[in-house]
Design a protein. Structure first.
Ligand SMILES: Cc1ncc(COP(=O)(O)O)c(C=O)c1O
Length: 461
């Protein structure tokens, strides 16, 4: 039987109340579906999984690079080539550091080749040892940076609204082995930096932030979201302001800044003198040229992202079971991520099913941060009671879906994405059944074939 025949058969069988989620999800156990009868030949067929044409010919991605002014970038690259100074704290890199510090409202900035190296250098520079408290609901690089410095991550739960560290859980997790807290300003949301500072000071701990998502975000309306002793931005190609690859550590501590600057250059304090353990974490002049040009276009990128956010807000507002993360549109923010949570009971499909069905529309929505760092190697086993200690994380890893945005996506694209999401919800039962027999190569591997569940440990922001 062809796929089309299977789908027709499924459609003709769909007529009654169902509870298909039982077999697909351990977390979501029941639902009351109204009788579902796909409106054959009508709008119901406006879903590729049910035989319609995909909504988009091109694939829409989360995190397609924003392109800044090409002529300005090429002018800078020509300057770099003319100067013959390609790396090692050249003029582009120095200017980039000044601009990042200005944007972040900090005294110092040390540019790095990427944020992961920046995190490792900052962690080592702060001299943390033993245990460090960190969320599990983050990109794996946050936790790898600790582990690679010989530290043990102690996973802590997050706030259900901001997805950032829950301060009460942090305080409860502190032991005599704890030397630091590594918060993540996830999605550009701010951790409760003041409360975390108080807790850190009370217990004599270092406090730093992974601010990979946060360039340009000032959710408290004054100064940058807390930087603690140090914070690290990412300028990876998929970030709204990028340097091809790049990172930056910001701090207000002049001694730390001097130390970090040596550490990103193998620890060299002079021609032959090595003062610290170090690495090669420097940013190249080509990256700094792109970073500077990208920073110049920052406001345009943010405005575009904000318009996209508002279009999603309008388009998803009436669809049951899909919640868009709230943003304060009057505060400086990069609106870089369109973060949704899927309540399968109300929506009719699980998050994974919705992601799969959207892939067939050529909308490359992504699940984040499934299955949580505490369920990835080498951290499996560090949180044996995760169900009790990380309940919010466990729910979020099953529910969060990120939708495409950035300058490659228009508000018209977003209206079309939202209409398809609505059609998928209205025809949930038929969609579910069609997915169980679908083996389209565009589907994520975990959605191919019934009951298949594959970890996406490499999920990338
Ligand atoms: C939360 C978070 N931390 C760290 C990183 C690592 O950044 P980079 O790719 O610049 O090393 C990323 C993204 O890629 C991230 O999303």
């Amino acid at each position: 039987m062809t796929n089309e025949q299977k789908i027709s058969q499924i459609l003709s069988n769909v007529s009654s109340v169902g509870s298909h989620l039982d077999s697909r999800s351990a977390v979501l156990t029941s639902r009351n579906l109204a009788p579902v009868r796909p409106e054959i030949g009508s709008r119901a067929y406006h879903a590729a999984v049910l035989g319609a044409k995909p909504e988009f010919k091109r694939t829409l991605h989360v995190g397609r690079p924003n392109m800044p002014d090409r002529a300005a970038f090429l002018r800078r690259i020509n300057e770099v080539l003319d100067s013959g100074w390609l790396s090692n704290f050249g003029p582009m890199e120095q200017e980039f550091e000044r601009r990042v510090a200005e944007t972040a409202g900090t005294k110092y900035c040390v540019a790095t080749c990427n944020a992961t190296t920046g995190l490792e250098v900052a962690i080592a520079g702060l001299g943390m040892t033993g245990d460090v408290i960190v969320p599990s609901f983050t990109f794996i690089a946050t936790v790898h940076a600790l582990w690679r410095q010989g530290l043990r991550p102690v996973f802590c739960d997050v706030d259900p609204e901001t997805h950032c560290l829950d301060v009460d859980c942090v305080e409860a997790a502190i032991t005599s082995r704890t030397t630091g807290i590594l918060g993540v300003h996830l999605w550009g949301n701010s951790c409760d930096s003041l409360a975390l500072r108080e807790v850190a000071d009370k217990h004599g701990l270092k406090l730093m932030f992974d601010a990979a998502h946060s360039i340009g975000c000032r959710s408290d309306g004054a100064g940058h979201d807390g930087i603690g002793d140090a914070a690290v931005f990412s300028f990876h190609a998929t970030k709204c302001v990028h340097a091809f690859e790049g990172g930056a550590i910001v701090t207000n501590d002049s001694d730390l800044e001097k130390k970090l600057r040596l550490m990103v250059n193998f620890g060299f304090a002079g021609e032959d003198a090595v003062a610290h353990l170090g690495t090669n974490g420097k940013m190249s002049e080509a990256s700094a040229a792109m970073g500077l040009t990208s920073l110049e276009s920052m406001d345009r990128f943010f405005e575009h992202n904000k318009r996209n956010y508002m279009a999603y807000s309008a388009g998803l507002g009436e669809i049951p079971g899909i919640k868009l993360m709230r943003r304060h549109t009057n505060r400086p923010h990069n609106f870089q991520y369109i973060v949704t949570e899927i309540d399968a009971d109300a929506f009719g499909l699980t998050r994974d099913e919705l992601v799969a069905a959207l892939r067939l529309e050529n909308v490359c929505a992504r699940r984040y941060f499934h299955p949580g760092c505490h369920r990835m190697e080498p951290y499996v086993g560090l949180s044996p009671r995760a169900g009790q200690t990380l309940p919010v994380t466990e729910i979020l890893t099953d529910r969060v879906m990120v939708l495409p945005t950035g300058t490659a996506i228009s508000t018209d694209d977003i209206s079309r994405i939202c209409r398809r999401i609505s059609a998928l919800s209205r025809n949930a039962e038929a969609v579910h059944r069609a997915l169980t027999v679908c083996n389209d190569p565009r589907l994520p591997s975990y959605a191919r074939g019934p009951g298949v569940e594959v970890s996406t440990a490499g999920t990338r922001l």
